[in-house]
Each structure stands twice: as structure tokens, then as C-alpha cells.
Ligand binder design. Structure first.
Ligand code: WTA
Length: 637
């Protein structure tokens, strides 16, 4: 096995990049030809960014799971597809060959069918990081059902919002999940969510933690029992549903600057080609290597670089149930040695957190197997980059700094490991097919090098989002209307004198906390639901480990017990409404918020105060009540 479209040198990259811009349709057809299709496309690309309408491999027929499983069962049935490392290091790890994974996926696909699932259904998945999660996702894709995975850290309310938005009829969950020394009661959270989700008819529950759970007659069934039933029927095969290239593959909810999270939609053909192409090229994956992406499958990184990218490339993908700091801060390194990991792909937050433990946890760890390191999710500071390079890569492993988004499906800007040069804190160069442009506030393109602006992409790529579920207009206004004929990323960006790109962070009201996207408006809405809260404003501030922390200014009526208790109560409310990941790091009680005469909160000022830049707040003369700024400054936390 080899990848004919793998880039092998800098010159080759330059040639491929040029070809992708000059003749994009031929370029992508050449790559797509290396996949399994039931019918090839009539047209490679049909698009406009006005509606927007983006169609790749139009008329093509395929099933992504035949590309992730069946074709490898034919050529390398005994190659390892998944290595699963449990939370508790004393529990045995599990491995699945392509043949075994194929069998498990078919089996569970039959379970889904026998529970009434059909093509086009939306299935919500709220599960711990166990192999059955991967099996469940692929089983949905097998039968043409659309998966909507919800991260295990989200609250019942957040799950309910997502289930209602997508009108899911089936939920896949587990009794609970393990993370470090905690056990998370997933089924209990689902039970709470489902009190407001009449669309859900069936809940299939996997046993993981063996905590007592309620099982409602007619609605809830045990995963294991259902497997036994389909086994008894003796049909081990589930034929793959033949899908249109543009049929929906999955929905993944993500935060924006306004309102509730939106369901980003990816489709079968383009997403498959894009995740595969970027996986093979960015990480320079070589057959037989072990790829360890530490993300949770609840986020897009897990979808694209634990499941679809690696498996569609016949790779070995390592899936880890636990957290980097349990039982101790050497856990990642222990896993690297135990499974001879070749490629480690993690987040700057994890690196900074592990860095804070010093180098003791690395002592005695060999890390000899490592060849490529990667980061994703937020800008990586130079200190963390160098620590990663020196202590983990031993200055011997290229680091790929991969910039992308839930909406982009896969990596858009990154160096290619060992092929194009790395530059600390720079994502560097666009992948073939990606045409980035920087624009100023008025949407005017900024040409040349040594410039900064808002990052847009001016041409479609196969892995881009197609719509936001149930609300196409929202997709248009969020991404395609700020600047005419451009996809707007929401990120600020610098292009240095050598033409390398450095992402500088969000320019909208989206926070990136520990690499997790959270909208300030979402957090404000949750805080405002707490009794006694009159109004609130949320901004980000630099945080040593998390990248960004959440700073909330709150106008409160009648402190209950004392300020600290009220802070904890407000945090608890946020945790209930969104999930623990959205808890504010700091809550400052204020008597008023700085507002313009038209009543708009001046976030710029609040951001500066939270950042500790008290001296230079800019013009405050347009404020309704400039005195409020003095009060906020003097009580800053
Ligand atoms: C940020 C995660 C700098 C960026 C795959 C983007 C990054 C948001 C990088 C998307 C990077 C992601 N350098 N910033 N290498 N990667 N980001 O949707 O602000 O969870 O818009 O997708 O993370 O977050 P999302």
C-alpha cells in the first residue's frame, strides 16, 4: 500500500499547489480516483459562495465505510485499525484489526437497523472514548444515518438543544464513562435531556462503568443484548448503503459569536477525500505507523484524525480514553512507549499543562518511536513549541502546526512534516487546494507579504461545510456574507515577509478555552439564567495553560450568603446550562457595564481590563457613564 498523492518534496508541494489552483477539478479528480466509488461523479465541482452552494463529486455514489473498512479488509485484513488504550493503565488495552472492526461495525449497523434506524435518520451519540464509539459512528455511516456526536462534557440542556435541533430519533450512550479519577454518569444526563426531546424513540446503552442506571421500558435497550439478538439471527454482514457524494455524513455542533451552537454539516464524498488527503500529507503517514491523536471524538479533530482520515488511509489509529495527567503527568509518554507511537497529535493546552510539571514525568521514557509531532486547536506559543520540540521530539521530529476549524473538515494551513519547513507559532503554508486571502475591515484584499488582516478562503475545497443543519441562511450570514464571495474564517492572521501564515486568534466573540470553542453570548445567556443576575458581559483573557480564560462581569441583585458562594453558584448554573467547560474562571461583580449611548456594551474596554491593560483603554468619551469604568478598573480580579 502506498499513497500515490503523497507529496514527497518541497518542489513537489509547489508543483501540486500550483496544479490545484490552475486546474482544481482535474487535481481533485486525480485524487478521488484512488477511492472506492460505486459510480464516479458527473461533475467534480459546482459552486457559488452567494447562496452558498458547494457540491463536490456531483453524481458520485459511495459509502465512506467501504473506503474505511472493506477495501482494507481485502488487502490487509490483519493490519491493526484501532488500538484502544483505557483510562486505567491496569486495564488491558484492546486492538481491532480491519477485519475485526469491519465485523463489529456490520454487527452494530444491524443493531441500528433492528431498532428502526434508516437512511437519513439523525442519531445522537453521547459516549465515552471507548472503541464502541468509533464502531457506532461507522455503523451510522454504514446505513446512511447521520451521526451527531455530542462531547461527553456537555450538560443535559446542551444535549437537548442539539437533539431537538436535529430531531434525532435514536440516542447511543453508555451507563457512564471514566476520565482520570472521575466517573461521569452519561445515562443519567441523557435521561434528564430526554425529558424535553419527544423525537427520541430509542436509546441504546453500552455498559462501561456499571453504575446503576434507569432503563425505561420501550425506549431504552442494552447494547450487549441487542448485539446478542443480531448474532442469534446469524447475519454477520451489513451491506453498505449506497450514498450520494453530497448526502449528509454528519452534523457537529459548534459555537459561534451569536445565539446557540449551529450544526455544521459535512457530506460523504468531499469530506472523505479531504480528511484522507490531509492526513496522508500533513503527517506524512507511512503504512504501518501508529497515529495517536489525543483529541476527544466529541470534537471535529477526533472525527477527522482518529476516525475518517486514518481509517480511510488504512492506518493504525490509537484512541485513548483518559486524560494526560492521570494517574500522572507521564501518561502520554507511557502510551507512546507502550504502543510505539510514530505520530503524536495534540493540543497546545495539553502541552502547556504537561510543561508545568517539568521534565520529571518524561524521565525514563524513551520516546524513540516518535517521528512526527502535531498541534491543533489554538495558537501555540513559542515557549510551548520549543518545549515540545526539545523534550518530546528530541529535536528530531518535525512539528506540524495545523490550522483548521470544525467548518473546514480538515487541515487547511500547515507545514507538511519534514517536507515543508516548520516555523514556531506559524501554521506556515496552505495545503494544495486552499487559497487563503487576507482582507481589511472593508473586505479589501491585502496583497503582498508582511501584512495582517482577517483570514478568508476564496475557493472551495472538498472538506468544507455545506450548510448549517436546518438553517441554510444562518450558514450564509455567518460565513459567506461578511465579505462578498469569500468564506470568512473568523480568525485574524499575519502573513510574514516569507509568505508564511500565523493565526493570531479569533476576531469575533468566540473564545478558545483549552482549545474548545465557546461563544461569549452562550456563556452570558447561561449566567443570565442565574437568579439575581441582572446583566452580564463575558470576555476572554490570556491564561497560562488554557490559552484563554473566561472573565465575566456580572451585575447582581442581592448576593446570597457571600460573594464567593454566589460566584460558585453562578458557575454551577453555567455548568448545568452548557457544561463544565464553559465555567467562568473569574467573576467580577459590577454595578454597571460600560455602554455606548445607544446601549451597546463596549467589550473592547472590558477585554482590556480583563487583560490587565488598565492604562490604555482608548476613547471612553462616548460612554453613557464613564465612571463605571473607574469602578470596574479598581475592583479588577
Ligand atoms: C483555532 C479545531 C491557531 C482558530 C480544529 C479556529 C488555531 C478555531 C489552530 C477552530 C492553530 C485551530 N493555530 N489557531 N493551529 N487550530 N485554531 O472548530 O481560532 O474547534 O478558528 O476546530 O480554533 O476551532 P474548532
Amino acid at each position: 500500500m502506498s499513497y500515490p498523492y503523497q507529496i514527497t518534496s518541497l518542489k513537489h508541494y509547489q508543483e501540486e499547489y500550483k496544479r490545484s489552483v490552475d486546474t482544481p477539478e482535474e487535481f481533485w479528480a486525480d485524487i478521488a480516483n484512488h477511492f472506492t466509488w460505486h459510480r464516479k461523479w458527473d461533475q467534480v465541482l459546482d459552486w457559488n459562495f452567494y447562496e452558498p452552494r458547494i457540491e463536490w463529486f456531483k453524481g458520485g455514489k459511495l459509502n465512506i465505510t467501504e473506503n474505511c473498512l472493506d477495501r482494507w479488509v481485502e488487502t490487509q485484513p490483519n493490519a491493526t485499525a484501532i488500538i484502544w488504550e483505557p483510562n486505567d493503565p491496569s486495564e488491558p488495552h484492546r486492538t481491532f484489526t480491519y477485519k475485526e472492526l469491519h465485523h463489529k461495525v456490520c454487527q452494530f449497523a444491524n443493531v441500528l437497523k433492528s431498532n428502526g434506524a434508516t437512511r437519513g435518520d439523525r442519531i445522537c451519540i453521547y459516549m465515552p472514548m471507548v472503541p464502541e464509539l468509533t464502531i457506532a459512528i461507522l455503523a451510522c455511516a454504514r446505513i446512511g444515518a447521520i451521526h451527531s456526536v455530542v462531547f461527553g462534557g456537555f450538560s443535559a440542556q446542551s444535549i437537548a438543544d442539539r437533539i431537538q435541533d436535529a430531531q434525532c430519533n435514536i440516542v447511543l450512550t453508555a451507563d457512564g464513562g471514566f476520565r482520570g479519577n472521575k466517573s461521569i454518569p452519561l445515562k443519567a444526563v441523557i435521561d434528564e435531556a430526554l425529558t424535553t426531546c419527544p423525537s427520541v424513540e430509542k436509546v441504546i446503552v453500552l455498559t462501561r462503568t456499571s453504575v446503576p442506571v434507569s432503563m425505561i421500558k420501550g425506549r431504552d435497550v442494552w447494547w450487549e443484548d441487542e448485539i446478542n439478538k443480531v448474532e442469534a439471527q446469524g447475519n454477520p454482514i451489513c451491506k453498505a448503503e449506497i450514498m450520494d457524494a453530497e448526502d449528509l455524513l454528519f452534523i457537529l455542533y459548534t459555537s459561534g459569536s451569536t445565539g446557540k451552537p449551529k450544526g455544521v454539516v459535512h457530506t460523504c464524498g468531499g469530506y472523505m477525500v479531504w480528511t484522507n488527503y490531509t492526513f496522508v500529507n500533513v503527517f506524512q503517514y507511512q503504512p504501518g505507523q501508529v497515529h495517536f491523536c489525543t483529541a476527544d471524538i466529541g470534537w471535529v479533530t477526533g472525527h477527522s484524525y482518529i476516525i475518517y482520515g486514518p481509517l480511510s488511509a488504512g492506518a493504525t489509529s490509537l484512541m485513548f480514553e483518559g486524560i494526560p495527567t492521570w494517574p500522572d503527568a507521564g501518561r502520554f509518554w507511557e502510551i507512546v512507549d507502550k504502543h510505539a507511537v510514530d505520530i503524536l497529535y495534540t493540543a497546545p493546552t495539553a502541552i502547556r499543562s504537561l510543561m508545568s510539571f517539568g521534565t520529571d514525568p518524561i524521565k525514563g521514557k524513551k520516546l524513540h518511536s516518535l517521528k512526527v509531532l502535531g498541534t491543533v486547536g489554538e495558537p501555540i506559543n513559542e515557549e510551548a513549541w520549543h518545549w515540545y520540540d526539545e523534550h518530546i521530539g528530541k529535536r528530531n521530529c518535525p512539528i506540524v502546526d495545523t490550522w483548521w476549524q470544525t467548518e473546514t473538515g480538515g487541515v487547511l494551513i500547515s507545514n507538511l512534516a519534514g517536507i515543508t519547513k516548520a516555523k514556531p507559532s506559524f501554521a506556515t503554508l496552505p495545503l494544495p487546494g486552499i487559497q487563503p486571502v487576507l482582507v481589511d475591515e472593508n473586505g479589501k484584499k491585502i496583497e503582498g507579504n508582511g501584512v495582517s488582516g482577517n483570514l478568508c478562503i476564496q475557493f472551495p475545497w472538498p472538506g468544507m461545510l455545506r450548510t448549517t443543519f436546518g438553517d441554510h441562511e444562518r450558514c450564509r450570514t455567518t460565513y459567506f456574507s461578511t465579505y462578498e464571495n469569500l468564506y470568512f474564517t473568523g480568525d485574524g492572521c499575519l502573513r510574514d515577509n516569507e509568505g508564511d501564515y500565523r493565526i493570531t486568534g479569533r476576531v469575533d466573540d468566540v473564545l478558545n478555552v483549552s482549545g474548545h470553542r465557546i461563544g461569549t453570548a452562550e456563556v452570558e445567556n447561561a449566567i443570565n439564567m442565574h437568579t439575581g443576575v441582572v446583566e452580564s458581559a463575558v470576555v476572554g483573557y490570556p491564561h497560562d495553560i488554557k490559552g484563554q480564560g473566561i472573565y465575566a462581569y456580572v451585575i447582581f441583585n442581592g448576593i446570597h450568603i457571600d460573594e464567593n458562594q454566589t460566584r460558585l453558584d453562578i458557575s454551577q448554573t453555567v455548568s448545568k446550562i452548557i457544561g463544565a467547560i464553559a465555567k467562568p474562571d473569574k467573576i467580577q461583580f459590577v454595578s454597571g457595564l460600560p455602554k455606548t449611548r445607544s446601549g451597546k456594551i463596549m467589550r473592547r474596554i472590558l477585554r482590556k481590563i480583563a487583560e490587565g491593560e488598565l492604562a490604555n483603554l482608548g476613547d471612553t468619551s462616548t460612554l453613557l457613564d464613564p465612571l463605571v469604568v473607574e469602578e470596574i478598573k479598581s475592583n479588577k480580579l
